[in-house]
Ligand binder design. Structure first.
Ligand SMILES: *Cc1c(COP(=O)(O)O)cnc(C)c1O
Length: 377
């Protein structure tokens, strides 16, 4: 059996090596490392793939979030509602911009931001909601857009984990995750569903004016050479990353399908166990692109299971072990533990299994058999 890895980028590379190597070589030969034609080409191809008017590439997913918020003109003191159960980047940029993060609880089933909790958290100072499409599954965008409309709030989708997911509205209309809110951010960190061979990110929007503003912000606030109209940043996707990403974009649907198939096999093997809750799929199945395959344990010694799997050379992860509202940097006396019942429980119960495009049946059978062995004691 092949060695089991949490993410197998080397195995994936083997399948695209013949395209990737010359593409990287070409960038080196033509030395258009920054703002080269490849960046523009990738941008256009991603716009077409997503069905969104504007993709603005940038240096990473954290920058993308920050730039999206700068582009919307959010001001110090504005309140931004986001999920307590996610990676820290989301709340970090809110705090960096001196906006006020308002963390709220998530759903126990799909782990995404809880719509009722959003409603409860809205105040006259609330300006934006940042749903994070966690683990590859789009949040309940229909309800979130309705709330935003009612209260005149911006919606910034953190789509770092769900690129390629397709959201279906109750009227049957479909849209890619990251194209529904006012603006969205994504990350091309190597292990993401569309990952480069280094850092990268992008902002998506259908709003022409916002896209124009953001294109200036990513380039030192310049709209005309050496005229700095607003305070900006330097945040670029380099051409080598764009070349790799452009090749991988052609495979993205195939990669996401491979993830789904692996997820279905895990679920098939584990769904009968009452001490395990397999991932809940919200809406149509193509709404979940399985950035992570995350189980909820019910009365299982998680640390013991992690150790047992590791002893059997099976890596696994705990995303996320600490709720954001309990992180030193983001503690706030306004928070009330009673408002974080779900997150406080999830951090104790979740475990993520190896998930990538190269998992084979033998590996999945081995992993699930070891989990069953541990659970049945
Ligand atoms: C990865 C990730 C980010 C940050 O992306 P980087 O490219 O690492 O800066 C932001 N939000 C979420 C939910 C992520 O998973």
């Amino acid at each position: 059996m092949k060695k089991i890895q949490m993410v197998d980028l080397k195995g994936q590379y083997k399948g695209i090596k013949d395209a990737v190597n010359p593409a990287i070589q070409e960038i080196i030969e033509n030395t258009s490392f920054i703002n080269g034609p490849k960046v523009h080409e990738f941008q256009k191809n991603l716009e077409n793939y997503l069905g969104v008017k504007h993709v603005i590439p940038c240096a990473n997913g954290t920058d993308a979030l920050q730039i999206a918020m700068m582009g919307l003109g959010l001001k110090p003191g504005d309140e931004v509602i986001t999920a307590d159960f996610t990676f820290a980047a989301t709340v970090e940029v809110i705090a960096l911009l001196q906006l006020t993060p308002v963390l709220v609880d998530v759903n126990p089933d799909d782990f995404n931001i809880d719509v009722e909790a959003i409603k409860k958290a809205i105040t006259p100072k609330t300006k934006a909601i940042v749903p994070v499409h966690l683990f590859g599954q789009s949040a309940n965008m229909e309800a979130i857009m309705d709330i935003a409309k009612e209260h005149n709030l911006f919606v910034i989708e953190d789509n770092a984990q769900a690129i390629g997911a397709t959201y279906t509205f109750s009227n049957g209309q479909k849209a890619k995750a990251g194209t529904i809110g006012d603006v969205a951010s994504t990350s091309f960190f190597p292990s993401k569903n569309l990952g480069g061979y280094g850092d990268g990110g992008a902002i998506f929007t259908n709003n022409d004016e916002l896209a124009h503003t953001i294109r200036g912000i990513v380039n030192h606030g310049m709209y005309e050479r050496y005229h700095h109209d607003v305070v900006g940043v330097n945040s670029r996707l380099d051409s080598i990353q764009a070349a790799v990403l452009d090749i991988k974009l052609k495979h993205l649907d195939g990669y996401n399908k491979a993830r789904r198939e692996a997820a279905n096999k895990y679920t098939e093997a584990l769904k009968g166990l009452d001490k395990i809750t397999t991932p809940f799929e919200y809406g149509a199945p193509d709404n979940h692109v399985y950035h992570q395959y995350t189980l909820k344990l019910n009365g299982v010694d998680r640390d013991g299971l992690v150790k047992f799997l590791n002893k059997n050379d099976i890596p696994c992860g705990v995303y996320y072990p600490i709720p954001l509202h309990k992180q030193k940097a983001y503690e706030d006396s306004r928070y009330n533990e009673a408002d974080f019942v779900v997150t406080n429980q999830l951090i104790k119960d979740v475990i993520s299994l190896p998930m990538h495009t190269e998992l084979d049946d033998e590996q999945i059978t081995f992993i699930t058999s070891k989990i069953i062995e541990f659970i049945n004691g």
